[in-house]
Design a protein around this ligand. Structure first.
Ligand code: SF4
Length: 262
């Protein structure tokens, strides 16, 4: 049995965290140290819960009017806060709650709510375990319509779609591999739907390009690096812009002392 929980399975978020800073990955995914939720994360999770309620109701032919979806959002907001306290800093709880509501309402008023493609899964947990990868691959897909994986992202500003496609490449490859394995079909290119939390919220649908062989080969090599580094327990800090949002800065500062060394 593996001693290192990072080797139990691979996921897009594990891989992304590992690549951005191995020490943060170690604190987050290996030691599983608790970190306070940020207001943006809290809004994003609760909006996701509202979307999940909407799509489940559509799938099951249940009522899914605006009030029902907003109630699911508010309930999720409250229970998420109880499970995982939010550090609001200088932000106000009520205005955060309202931002999510406004954003969700924009989605409910968009054409995407009447997407005619049949729903095949909502918040689907998929696991792939075969000779293609050295450890199992795990992922939760927000929504599957026909053979397309759809992921919802709540963002603070209008995204640059080319940049976003580049930065979410790993996640899209994981979805491609998971969906192909689960359905036995060649998946359609994945879609990202951005819910932009501006004063007048926007909803932007972005269909990503098909995954090519070069991307697939890059992915396999990264997986090998991930497995090898975790077997060797090679964790170290990678200071950069991302440190601004890191919850482990004080712990990181002490890294290198015997009791804190990875
Ligand atoms: S502060 Fe920066 S270098 Fe340190 S763990 Fe966090 S992300 Fe990594």
């Amino acid at each position: 049995m593996n001693q290192n929980p990072a080797l139990d399975y691979l996921s897009a978020s594990r891989l992304k965290s590992f690549l951005s800073c191995r020490l943060k990955f170690y604190y987050e995914k290996v030691l599983k140290l608790p970190a306070p939720s940020s207001p943006n994360l809290q809004i994003g999770k609760a909006v996701h819960a509202g979307l999940e309620a909407l799509h489940k109701a559509q799938w099951e032919g249940q009522p899914h009017d605006t009030d029902t979806v907003l109630k699911a959002y508010e309930d999720a907001y409250t229970s998420l806060e109880a499970e995982d306290p939010v550090d609001y800093g200088n932000k106000d709880r009520e205005s955060c709650l309202e931002t999510g509501k406004r954003t969700l309402r924009a989605f409910l008023e968009s054409d995407l709510v009447n997407d005619p493609r049949p729903i095949r899964g909502v918040e689907v947990t998929l696991r792939r375990e075969d000779d293609e990868l050295p450890i199992p691959l795990l992922g939760v897909v927000d929504l599957v319509r026909e053979n397309t994986a759809i992921d919802f992202k709540t963002v603070g500003a209008t995204p640059d779609l080319k940049e976003e496609a580049w930065s979410h490449e790993l996640q899209m490859i994981c979805y491609f591999l998971l969906l192909a394995d689960a359905t036995g079909e060649l998946p359609a290119p994945a879609e990202l739907v951005y819910l932009v939390k501006t004063k007048t919220p926007k909803v932007i649908r972005h269909q990503l390009p098909t995954i090519d062989l070069i991307q697939m080969e890059r992915f396999r090599r990264l997986v090998d690096v991930y497995v090898d580094a975790n077997q060797r327990q090679e964790y170290y800090p990678s200071p950069g812009m991302h440190c601004r949002w890191c919850e482990f800065r004080s712990r990181c500062r002490a890294w290198g002392q015997k009791s804190n060394a990875a």
